[in-house]
Every structure is written in C-alpha cells, then in structure tokens.
Write a protein that binds this ligand. Structure first.
Ligand SMILES: [Zn+2]
Length: 87
C-alpha cells in the first residue's frame, strides 16, 4: 500500500469566484484572496483541515474546521507553537 505525503491533503486550492486552481506553492505566503477578489478555498473533499484566526467573522468561516475570533494571530501562534512544533 503506497504512502501518501502529508502535503497531498491540501494540494487543491481554488477561487470561489473565477474557479482558478492554485498550487500550494503559489498559495503559501499569500492572503486568502484571489487576484480577482474572490476567496481561495481548499477542496474539502481532499480531507484538508483548516484553521482561521481573525478578529472578526469572515465569509470564509463556514468552510473552516476551526475558527478563532477576537484573538491576535501572534498570541494564538505563540500559545500553540510548541504543540505544533514550530519552535
Ligand atoms: Zn478568482
């Protein structure tokens, strides 16, 4: 049984307006926005798990597995960095 690399689970990203598909290479480091102004979404059928950290609710929230509001992203990352092995 072949093993699948972890990054394959979030390989497919697409714009909800124009439908353009982004590679993760193109996506990472960008905002959640397409050049056309639409949102870039992950294909949920690929099994991706997404977290969004934003002060206020966003239209993307319904697509996200875990939504954190009213927190600063720096604070949340600081608190979770050890568990995520980012340190
Ligand atoms: Zn677009």
């Amino acid at each position: 049984m072949p093993s699948h690399p972890l990054h394959s689970t979030i390989r497919r990203l697409y714009c909800n307006v124009c439908g353009i598909v982004y590679s993760t290479d193109r996506y990472f480091g960008r905002d959640w926005y397409c050049d056309c102004g639409g949102f870039i979404l992950s294909a949920k059928e690929q099994g991706a798990r997404l977290v969004i950290i934003n002060h206020d609710p966003t239209p993307l929230d319904i697509y996200i597995d875990l939504v954190i509001h009213n927190r600063k992203i720096g604070d949340v990352l600081e608190e979770t960095a050890e568990e995520l092995m980012l340190k």
